[in-house]
Design a protein around this ligand. Structure first.
Ligand code: GLA
Length: 389
C-alpha cells in the first residue's frame, strides 16, 4: 500500500503534466528524435521494403549509418555503382566503396538495389573514345566497339554481385532514355548515337545473360526514369516498354523516380501512371523520392517555414497513402536520401546556395512533418495551417 500511493502520485503528476503540455510543446516533442518514435521500415512491413539512396559518407558516419539502418530496410548507392565509379579506367573495375556499402546492407539485413548499369550521365570519359579522340559513329567497327564496351560493363558488374550470393535484388538496367520534347520521344545521347534505340533492348539482354550465367534467374531488371507522370512522357515510356515486352526483351519492371515538387504533379497522376505501367504486367518500384519545396517557395527567400513544413508533411502523407493502396504491384519504395543535409538538391547547379528541405529528417536527424506524413499522418497539424496551393 505504501508503495502504491507514491506510484499513483507519480502517474497522476505525469498525466497532468502531459495533459498540460501546450500545443507548441507537443509539436516540439513530435519534431525531436527519441527512441519511441515509429520506425519507418516497421510501419511499412506489410507493404513494401522501404529504402534510401545514400552516399558512402553516410555509411562512414556511425551516427548516420545507425539511423539509416534503423529506419530503412533497402539501400541504393547514390553514385557508387554508376559506370564512372566502377569502371573509371577501361577494364579496371573498382568496387571498393560500393562493396563496403553492400557489406553494410548485408550486415543490417537490408535489401540492396543496383543503380545503374547504363545512363547518359556519369560515364567514364573513355567510353566513347579511342586513342584518337571521339570515334565516328558511322563506322560499323566503332559501333561494334561501343557495343562490346556496353556488354563488358554490364556483364562484369552484374556478375560481380551475382557471385556474392546474388546480393543485389534488382538492377536499374538503363536510366532515362525518353525525352518527350524530342520529336520521336528519344533522348539523343552518345548511346543512341552509336547504337540507336537498340541500346535499351541490348542492355536488358546483356544483363539477363549475365544473370543467367549460373543457370538461374535471380535478378529483376528495371527501366528507370523521371517525370513519368507527365502524360506525354508517360505515353512514350509505355509504348517503349510495350514494344520491349512484345519483342520478348527480358524486362521485369518499371522504376519511377518521383522527384516531385510541393505542388506538381497531382498524386492522382502518379497513381494513374503506376496503374498504366502495371497493366503491362511489370513490377513497379518507386526509386528516387524527394519533394523540392522550391516550386512554391521563392529561391530568393530560401527557408523552411512552419507552414511549408506542414504542407510538406501532407504532401508526403498523400503520396504514401496512395502508394500503400498500390502495394500489390509496388515491390519497393526508395527515398533519394533521408535527411536534408544530404540531398543532391543542395548541390544542383542553379541552387548552389539554396539549402534544400526535401526529405523526412532535418539536418540533425530530427523528424520533420514529412516523417509523420510517412509514418502516421494523424499526427500532422491540420492541412489549413500549411499553405494551400
Ligand atoms: C537521377 C539519377 C540518380 C541521381 C539523381 C539526382 O535521377 O537516376 O542516380 O543522380 O538523378 O542526382
Amino acid at each position: 500500500m505504501k508503495k502504491i500511493i507514491p506510484i499513483c502520485l507519480v502517474a497522476f503528476v505525469l498525466v497532468t503534466l502531459t495533459g498540460c503540455m501546450s500545443e507548441e510543446e507537443k509539436r516540439k516533442e513530435l519534431l525531436t528524435t527519441n527512441d519511441e518514435m515509429p520506425i519507418i521500415q516497421e510501419v511499412y512491413k506489410d507493404y513494401f521494403p522501404i529504402g534510401a539512396a545514400v552516399p558512402y559518407t553516410i555509411i562512414q558516419s556511425t551516427q548516420d549509418a545507425k539511423f539509416f539502418a534503423k529506419h530503412f530496410n533497402s539501400m541504393t548507392c547514390e553514385n557508387e555503382m554508376k559506370p564512372n565509379s566502377v569502371q573509371f579506367s577501361q577494364n579496371m573495375f573498382t568496387f571498393g566503396n560500393s562493396q563496403k556499402m553492400v557489406d553494410f546492407a548485408v550486415e543490417n539485413n537490408m535489401r540492396t538495389v543496383g543503380h545503374c548499369l547504363v545512363w547518359h550521365n556519369m560515364n567514364p570519359v573513355w567510353y566513347f573514345k579511342d586513342k584518337n579522340g571521339f570515334m565516328d559513329p558511322n563506322l560499323e567497327s566503332t559501333r561494334e566497339l561501343v557495343d562490346q564496351r556496353l556488354k563488358n560493363h554490364i556483364e562484369k558488374v552484374v556478375r560481380y554481385y551475382e557471385d556474392q550470393d546474388h546480393v543485389i535484388e534488382r538492377w536499374d538496367v538503363i536510366n532515362e532514355v525518353i525525352e518527350e520534347t524530342e520529336s520521336d520521344g528519344w533522348r539523343k545521347t552518345y548511346w543512341t548515337e552509336y547504337l540507336g534505340t537498340d541500346v535499351v533492348a541490348k542492355s536488358f539482354q546483356y544483363a539477363h545473360e549475365a544473370d543467367m550465367m549460373d543457370g538461374e534467374k535471380n535478378l529483376r531488371l528495371f527501366y528507370n526514369d523521371y517525370n513519368t507522370y507527365d502524360p506525354k512522357k508517360r505515353q512514350y515510356i509505355y509504348d517503349m516498354l510495350k514494344g520491349l515486352i512484345d519483342d520478348g526483351v527480358p524486362i521485369d519492371g518499371m522504376g519511377m523516380q518521383v522527384h516531385i515538387g510541393l505542388k506538381y504533379p497531382e498524386v492522382e497522376e502518379i497513381a494513374k501512371t503506376i496503374d498504366m505501367f502495371a497493366s503491362l504486367g511489370l513490377d513497379i518500384e518507386i526509386t528516387e523520392i524527394d519533394v523540392d519545396i522550391y516550386d512554391v517557395v521563392k529561391e530568393s527567400q530560401p527557408m523552411l517555414t512552419e507552414e511549408i513544413d506542414i504542407a510538406l508533411g501532407h504532401r508526403y502523407a498523400d503520396l504514401f497513402n496512395m502508394l500503400k493502396t498500390k502495394k500489390d504491384v509496388i515491390t519497393g519504395v526508395t527515398l533519394w536520401g533521408f535527411y536534408d543535409g544530404w540531398s543532391w538538391l543542395n548541390l544542383t547547379q542553379f541552387k548552389a546556395l539554396t539549402p534544400a528541405y526535401p526529405l523526412p529528417f532535418d539536418r540533425v536527424l530530427n523528424p520533420k512533418w514529412a516523417y509523420w506524413g510517412i509514418v502516421d499522418p494523424s499526427k500532422l497539424p491540420p492541412r489549413e495551417e500549411g499553405l494551400q496551393f
